[in-house]
Design a binder for this molecule. Structure first.
Ligand code: S3P
Length: 184
């Protein structure tokens, strides 16, 4: 990837539901002491509603608008303070969001095999897109649509199924440091 202008020194976590963004984000927060912005959590706090309630009452399109508007806000503040930003799994769906993500910092795509995602996401009901008769088929469909989009914006891809979260955080920090020191 050609970095013509310096990327802000944020670490941005992207990836499918259940890939470990929240856990890795917390581990990075502890190590670096940077604030962690969990986008879904911010949307829940601001609306006073859970993600399933937002989907049920306002619909997915309204949620996506909130997500893009928050991403714009975070990107506008991107150079002011270093942060770890954990995104929702569907953030890469719009081209506008993908452009913003690339401007935001070092983008890490966390992934895991479908069996692992299925196992992790089956533990709770807080993901409205997976409340279907056949979650495995829905996961496969969404993965097929989204994997090229994650690939498009990511600086680094890491499988979270084989390593513990501390090892993952160490890998991310080393790669991010290398990326940022290489910048002009
Ligand atoms: C979504 C993922 C969720 C949340 C919403 C939609 C998606 O976040 O933003 O349920 O479209 O994949 P997580 O990836 O943190 O589960």
């Amino acid at each position: 990837m050609n970095e013509s202008t310096a990327t802000p020194k944020n670490i941005v976590l992207i990836g499918f539901m259940g890939c470990g963004k929240t856990t890795v984000g917390r581990e990075l927060q502890q190590r670096l002491g940077y604030p962690l912005v969990d986008m879904d959590q911010v949307i829940e706090e601001r609306t006073g509603k859970s993600i399933p309630a937002i989907f049920a009452e306002a619909g997915e399109a309204a949620f996506r608008e909130m997500e893009t508007s928050l991403l714009k806000e975070i990107t506008a503040q991107a150079g002011s303070e270093r942060r770890i930003i954990s995104t929702g799994g569907g953030i890469v769906g719009s081209e506008e969001n993908r452009t913003l993500l690339k401007q935001l910092g070092y983008v890490v795509w966390l992934c895991a095999p479908i069996e692992v995602i299925l196992e992790r996401t089956s533990k709770n009901r807080n993901r409205p897109l997976l409340q279907t008769e056949d979650p495995a088929a829905k996961i496969q469909l969404l993965m097929d649509q989204r994997y090229p989009l994650y690939e498009e914006v990511a600086h680094l891809k890491l499988d979270t199924s084989g390593l513990d979260f501390s090892e993952l955080a160490t890998g991310i920090l080393e790669c991010a440091r290398y990326f940022f020191t290489k910048q002009v």
